[in-house]
Ligand binder design. Structure first.
Ligand code: 5GP
Ligand code: MG
Ligand code: MG
Length: 183
């Protein structure tokens, strides 16, 4: 494998793994209280949410089933197209389920608002959102997001599951990708 000089490809580490894990503990404790009398179904959005799902689900004090959905609105670009396509549908039936969507990031909000409508139409008892990251300045539509890890500036970030052209997902921290990498 080619060794990558990652320092030249990122401009700044925005959120460290340590900060993320601490925040996940706080949110998991809150979710445990909020869902104390409900059976929770965690739904992760592939592939960006793989790391946050792995760590968040294990931070929960209770067992919870995990399902995955793959949608795409980006391709190898850094801007949302607004066109959402299902690449892999859920395995679980959502009817009467209490769904918590686990997302890596809310940027324009287009993907999540589409997912929320889609899940509501499948008869879920409730659908809430946990997004590790949110870019308030990039919002094109409002998304009711019950749990947010960190609000960040309107920059393209990678790491901790987030990619650029499938790269950088395995960085432990969330970092700003150097513009020379994609421009
Ligand atoms: P939306 O614009 O629909 O809110 O974002 C859709 C998806 O685009 C996110 O779930 C995420 O996978 C990807 N995305 C949005 N902003 C970023 C970013 O800054 N970095 C990376 N790597 N992906 C992003
Ligand atoms: Mg995502
Ligand atoms: Mg991506």
């Amino acid at each position: 494998m080619r060794a990558v000089d990652i320092q030249s490809e990122i401009t700044e580490i925005l959120v460290t793994e340590e900060q993320i894990l601490k925040r996940l503990d706080e949110i998991a404790a809150q979710v445990a209280v909020d869902y104390a009398d409900k059976d929770l179904l965690l739904v992760g959005v592939l592939k960006g949410a793989i790391m946050v799902m792995a760590d968040f689900s294990r931070a929960l004090p209770t067992v919870a089933p995990i399902d995955w959905m793959a949608v795409s609105s980006y391709g190898a670009s850094t801007k949302s197209s607004g066109v959402v396509q299902i690449r892999k549908d859920l395995d679980e039936d959502l009817h009467d389920r209490h769904v918590l969507i686990v997302e890596d990031i809310i940027d324009s909000g287009l993907t999540l608002s589409w997912l929320l409508e889609n899940f509501a139409s499948r008869g879920a008892a409730s659908v809430e959102v946990f997004a590790l990251l949110r870019k308030p300045d990039a919002a094109k539509v409002h998304v009711d997001c019950r749990y947010v890890g960190f609000d960040i500036a309107n920059e393209f970030v990678v790491g901790y599951g987030l990619d650029y052209a499938e790269k950088y997902r395995n960085l432990r921290d969330v970092a700003i990708l150097a513009p020379h990498v994609y421009s």
